[in-house]
Write a protein that binds this ligand. Structure first.
Ligand SMILES: [Zn+2]
Length: 492
């Protein structure tokens, strides 16, 4: 744990935390969304970002400020907060993005950190090298070495109370990301952006995004505040938070508005195609799509940007509430239905159920089984691990039905897909209080069968009989021969 970042609540790998930003004199609640403010084009006034949208922190680009004569002197004289008219915390980017886009920039880490300190940035960024996805290995390693030197230069710089980002690079190589995360966590820098994500996000590669985040997190450890650089579409916030990200920045709200695009939690629509707004934010409550199309371009763009930001902050509040109520994975599951690529992202996240399990609370209010993906949730794994430690009697009946009125078993345990068997004493405990559909699916049956396997393996001397409700072949095939099975449907 770094002492300026405190974690309050957990769900999966998602958390509600508090990031202290001493130079701004504020504490920012995470997950937080930082609207990107282009110092040349204020689509929405920063003061309004705070008062109307609730932004506690924003991000702007110190490289653009430094290389634009018209604004540089003002930013230096007045300081960023006065210049932008924003009281909250301000993070500044360094020009790394420009480096990635144009191949060269004319500033060193030492110079840009000093400039960021001079203009009053609260969280500064060194000049790291954002290696794009799918770069060849040799390039990814070489550029990562340059990024590490940039972090060392940033550590040496005079920064006072200003926090400093330690970007984690490594392209699409999980081992490099992990190693970069471990290295960054070993510096005395403060916030950890997972970098070069924009190309992945722009091409909807959410599974690769999740893999990069998880790899970085394995290196960084659980106590580090993690920023998913360049991510701000409301559709993917729940997924990215569940994977362990704490900070997001949205340029999307303004960039998309410029192209007439309207963001929703399940994807992006075009204003030109809409007859109705599926939203009740101030913009959508006061206007129909046809009204917006009738305004001049600048007004349409501004109103679209406002809607885009409203819907993004609304989703962020929904994500936080889901963490508090222990329903974050249910929310991720719902969002995964918005686009097949989101479903890939959710499935990639579940590939790391063992990692999520470490921070997933042992008890929550409810578990809703609403998709076959839920059979791979960390709670199912955890119950299975617990079964492997339970002692079973000599003759044990496991059944999806009630105990028979007359029997010769030593004990009768209920079976509930996807969890599998459990002794009566656990019946009122999480997750066995789960709401599951009466018409169960193959994935739940297979998961339950694996739990029977775990219980039987832990109790080699127990004679196990399983009464199942017409389980699929795939589930029954998992069971060892010594587990006797009875199909309850044909029995009755
Ligand atoms: Zn709206």
């Amino acid at each position: 744990m770094r002492d300026h970042f405190e974690i309050r609540d957990h769900d999966a790998a998602g958390r509600i935390g508090r990031l202290e930003v001493p130079r701004a004199g504020v504490t920012v609640e995470t997950p937080a969304l930082l609207p990107v403010v282009n110092p040349n084009v204020l689509t929405i006034e920063p003061e309004r970002l705070e008062s109307e949208f609730g932004a506690e922190m924003l991000i702007t680009n110190s490289y653009i400020i430094r290389s634009t004569d018209r604004i540089r002197d003002r930013a230096v004289d007045e300081g960023l907060h006065e210049f932008l008219g924003f009281d909250g915390a301000i993070m500044t980017d360094s020009g790394s993005f420009q480096l990635a886009e144009y191949g060269d920039i004319d500033v060193t880490t030492a110079e840009i950190i000093e400039f960021q300190r001079q203009i009053g940035s609260d969280v500064a960024t060194p000049v790291d090298v954002p290696t794009p996805p799918d770069a060849d290995r040799e390039r990814a390693e070489r550029e990562l070495a340059t990024t590490k030197r940039a972090l060392a230069d940033a550590e040496e710089a005079e920064t006072g109370e200003m926090l400093v980002n330690a970007p984690v690079q490594g392209s699409t190589y999980a081992d490099l990301r992990e190693e970069a995360g471990r290295h960054a966590a070993g510096t005395d820098l403060d916030v950890f952006p997972v970098g070069a994500m924009v190309p992945l996000l722009n091409s909807y590669r959410y599974a690769d995004t999740v893999e990069a985040v998880r790899a970085a997190k394995r290196g960084l450890g659980p106590g580090a505040p993690v920023h998913l650089f360049g991510a701000g579409h409301p559709m993917m916030l729940a997924l990215a938070v569940a994977a362990g990200c704490d900070l997001f920045d949205s340029a999307a709200y303004a960039l998309m508005a410029r192209d007439g695009r309207y963001l929703t939690v399940s994807g992006t629509e075009h204003l030109a195609d809409l007859d109705y707004f599926p939203c009740s934010c101030p913009v959508c409550a006061d206007h129909a799509p046809a009204d917006l199309r009738g305004f001049d371009d600048a007004e349409t763009e501004r109103l679209l940007a406002e809607h885009n930001l409203h819907v993004t902050f609304e989703e962020l509040r929904r994500v936080k509430e889901a963490i508090r109520s222990g329903t974050l994975l249910e929310l991720v599951d719902r969002r995964a239905r918005g686009h097949p690529a989101m479903l890939d992202g959710y499935r990639a996240l579940l590939d790391h159920a063992d990692e999520l399990e470490r921070t997933d609370p042992g008890s929550k209010d409810a578990f809703f089984y609403t998709s076959h993906e839920a059979a791979r949730r960390p709670e199912v794994d955890r119950h299975r691990d617990r079964l492997a430690r339970l002692a079973a009697p000599e003759k044990l009946l496991l059944t999806e039905s009630k105990a028979p009125s007359d029997h010769e078993y030593d004990a009768v345990w209920r079976v509930k897909p996807p969890f599998g068997p459990y002794p009566p004493a656990l019946s009122e405990t999480y997750p066995l209080t789960a709401e599951v559909p009466e018409r169960t699916d193959d994935a739940a049956q297979v998961a339950a069968a694996e739990s029977v396997v775990a219980l039987a393996a832990a109790n080699p001397k127990t004679a196990v009989t399983l009464g199942h409700d017409a389980w699929c072949e795939r589930a029954l095939d998992r069971l060892p021969d010594r587990v006797e099975t009875e199909n309850l449907r044909t029995l009755s």
